[in-house]
Design a binder for this molecule. Structure first.
Ligand SMILES: [Mn+2]
Length: 307
């Protein structure tokens, strides 16, 4: 099936104004799909807004990692996805395109709603086998159904564990605080993983997070590790532009501490999901997303290219 490009697909506006993807080690791709949300739609527009917000990160070197991404990152544009097909078909299209990118690049994906992470993990599994997972989110995403449907943006973590895509004891959730039944909220811990709720993180930042950072490093060890960052892990004060906001969340600075301190892990990919620009104010959410993605990439680039 030939798939056309929709108005929300972006292929001229590129992250950090880098070139179209060629042979750079790092690739960025948009996944403009929001057909599996439970509340407010609009994350299909996120890739182009996050790219636009990234254009302010123009001074080259990252303030902590001391590297830039020139010559290291290419933008593959947005995936071509069916617009109204069953979720399984959309996910197959995502897996196929991700697989082709992952064959030659360390990839970062801009969602999209969180349902896109499952096909990304399937593609990653084909390359690396089961991976460690670091999952920032207000929501556990381990519900066993999606309001009567078998799958959606709140079931992918459960499905990834069921499919053996991730290592249970190296699955770590950070920032959880939404309502939910115990079986869903504690599922990752029941499987042997770690959960740090937003309440666990209250009042902790910088050196105050060191104990948690060390526990995460121990659980991940040297395993290939994937980072999935749902922007709703942030308090709505920092990220109002998202489909399912949950008050009393993480600060931008707490997330930044984790990204900086965990950068030495053996990361093999990242996604940033659930930015919904229609509910944003003053580009707060897209700017936070762009800065986190840039920080992740610079943390990985610093390991390849010490300066
Ligand atoms: Mn969420």
């Amino acid at each position: 099936m030939a798939i056309g490009q929709f108005a929300y697909a972006s292929n001229g506006n590129r992250f950090l104004a880098v070139g179209a993807l060629d042979s750079e080690p790092f690739a960025l791709s948009g996944v403009p799909f929001d057909g599996a949300v439970t509340n407010r739609p609009g994350a299909r527009f996120a890739p182009q807004e996050i790219r636009r917000a990234s254009l302010m990160l123009c001074d080259g070197l990252h303030p902590y990692f001391g590297v830039g991404l020139e010559g290291l990152l290419g933008d593959a544009g947005d995936m071509r996805l069916p617009n109204a097909s069953p979720l399984a078909e959309v996910r197959d299209a995502i897996s196929q395109q991700a697989d082709a990118l992952m064959a030659n690049h360390h990839c970062v994906f801009l969602g999209g709603d969180h349902s896109v992470t499952l096909p990304l993990l399937r593609a990653l599994h084909a390359q690396h086998g089961p991976v460690a997972l670091i999952h920032f989110d207000a929501h556990c995403d381990t519900w066993t159904d999606h309001f009567g449907e078998p799958s959606g943006h709140g079931t992918w973590t459960y499905e990834a564990l069921q499919e053996g895509l991730v290592v249970p004891e190296s699955t770590i959730q950070i920032g959880l605080r939404s309502s939910g039944d115990r079986a869903a909220r504690e599922y990752v811990r029941d499987q042997g993983g770690l959960i740090y709720t937003a309440r666990d993180l209250r009042g902790k930042d910088g050196a105050g997070l060191q104990e948690i950072v060390l526990a995460i490093q121990q659980r991940v060890g040297g395993r290939p590790c994937y980072l999935t960052l749902d922007i709703d892990c942030l308090d709505p004060a920092f990220a109002p532009g998202t489909g399912t906001p949950e008050p009393a969340g993480m600060s931008s600075s707490q997330v930044m501490t984790f990204l900086e301190e965990l950068a030495p892990l053996n990361f093999v990919g990242m996604d940033c999901v659930e930015v919904a620009p229609a509910y944003d104010h003053a580009e707060l959410t897209s700017t936070a997303a762009a800065t986190f993605v840039w920080t992740y990439l610079c943390g990985q680039a610093a390991k390849r290219k010490p300066q």
